[in-house]
Ligand binder design. Structure first.
Ligand code: PMP
Length: 426
């Protein structure tokens, strides 16, 4: 595989951008090798700067549930752009996208558009603090909620990958307001609430973890979250930036029958352009400026292009609900095929999958939380990753990420993926 143009670009990028990238995991830091500069995408496939073609399981880290350059999404963006890129004034597409989101998330009595998942979670917690008058928040080890100061504490994926569970530059006094619990452990949660319950403004959690690799929630953990937050007057914030519109039309909230006070959304909501949102109970969202005293704003928030891409994406999902069956079917075949290949090669593994999110852990498992996820053999993952890459398959370049299936993946993609996986440990 020729990669000279990727290499040349990476050299140039490193002289300009920290690590040569705009977001850490893209740099291939934990897997080694030259990151691919992706210049074109169509359906399930992407092409790099050397013209190599790959089956893509990153999907821009989740937004592209319909696949790359979906004609309806591209057309919506083009038509909207022709009428002006941004106005910094209310726009009809904000109303349309909010309505489309609420049709599948009835919990969104009110929502506010922002530009990234980070802004959504950061703002949701500010609202929760304003509403409750309390300062502490609780998150879970290995859950990632973006890079806001108070949430960059024992976070997953990028931070995990680089062996830095939290970040330099986060004041201890501030990080100290973040309590960290153990995911899928209702007894530990009970103990934290018994000790700190009266001080907790909000509990934020990934309803299916994607950022320590995929970890499904235990039903008794979900039940304990709702019961304890109600009992102690804390708000429950479901971070559905990754799972929203993916695990069902109404995300994990629908799939697991959750009753969060606030939900954060991103990725699919923007259809590949920067849009995210936080929202929930009207009474809580009444805190947000200009209605209430919690300030939060954004020059490009609700911008027409992102609203158009998100709306076109949600409309396609609404029109074709059978997409979710296709995602499930492809996900199941991918899981079975990879498991068969790894078993045949005698490689210890556990594959966790919920719908179209999947992680191969190179450990006997089961993987049910951060501690068990971190037992994955990262050297085995590197070998797997590079065999896939050489075989024309672009897998997430970290052992602690979810691979994403899109509606565009089909039989040929599966065959190519499994053939490359079989070669990895041959
Ligand atoms: N929350 C979750 C659950 C996420 O997966 C992510 C990003 N992967 C974020 C928040 C942050 O979103 P963004 O990268 O758009 O800031």
């Amino acid at each position: 595989m020729r990669t000279s143009e990727n290499e040349r670009l990476f050299q140039a990028a490193r002289a300009l951008l920290p690590g040569g990238v705009s977001s850490p995991v893209r740099a291939f830091g934990s897997v080694g090798g030259t990151p691919r500069f992706l210049v074109r995408g169509r359906g399930s496939r992407v092409w790099d700067a050397d013209g190599n073609e790959y089956v893509d399981y990153v999907g821009s880290w989740g937004p592209l549930i319909l696949g790359h350059a979906h004609p309806e999404v591209v057309r919506a963006v083009q038509e909207t752009a022709a009428a002006g890129l941004s106005f910094g004034a209310p726009h009809p597409l904000e109303v349309a996208l909010a309505e489309a989101a609420r049709r599948v998330y009835p919990v969104l009595e009110r929502l506010r558009f922002v530009n990234s998942g980070t802004e959504a979670t950061m703002s949701a917690l500010r609202v929760a603090r304003g509403f409750t008058g309390r300062d502490h928040v609780l998150k879970f080890r290995g859950n990632y909620h973006g890079h806001a100061d108070g949430l960059l504490v024992e976070a997953g994926s990028g931070a995990l990958t680089f062996g830095r569970p939290s970040s330099a530059g986060v004041p201890e006094a501030y990080a100290g307001l973040t309590l960290v619990g153990s995911y899928n452990d209702p007894e530990a949660l009970e103990a934290i609430f018994a000790e700190h319950g009266e001080r907790i403004a909000a509990v934020i959690f990934e309803p299916v973890v994607g950022n320590a690799g995929v970890i499904p929630p235990r039903p008794d953990f979900l039940a304990a979250l709702r019961r304890l937050t109600r009992e102690y007057g804390a708000l429950l914030v479901a971070d559905e930036v990754m799972t929203g519109f993916r695990l069902a039309p109404g995300g994990a909230t629908e799939r697991y029958g959750l009753e969060p006070d606030l939900v954060t959304l991103g990725k699919i909501l923007g259809g590949g352009l920067p849009a995210a949102a936080y929202g929930g109970r009207a009474e809580v969202m009444a805190q947000v400026a200009p209605e209430g005293p919690v300030y939060q704003a954004g020059t490009l928030s609700g911008n027409p292009l992102a609203m158009a891409a998100g709306l076109a994406t949600l409309q396609a999902l609404e029109r074709e609900p059978e997409i979710y069956d296709r995602l499930e079917a492809y996900g199941a075949r991918l899981q079975e095929g990879l498991a068969a290949a790894l078993t045949a090669a005698g490689v210890p593994h556990t594959i966790n999958r919920v719908g179209s999110m999947l992680t191969v852990f190179f450990t006997e498992g089961p993987v049910s939380g951060f501690e068990t996820a971190s037992k994955t053999d990262t050297a085995a993952f590197r070998r797997f990753f590079h065999a896939l890459l050489e075989g024309g398959v672009y897998w997430p370049p970290s052992a602690y990420e979810a691979a994403f299936v899109s509606a565009a993946h089909g039989d040929e993609d599966l065959e190519r993926t499994l053939a490359a996986a079989r070669r990895a440990f041959a």
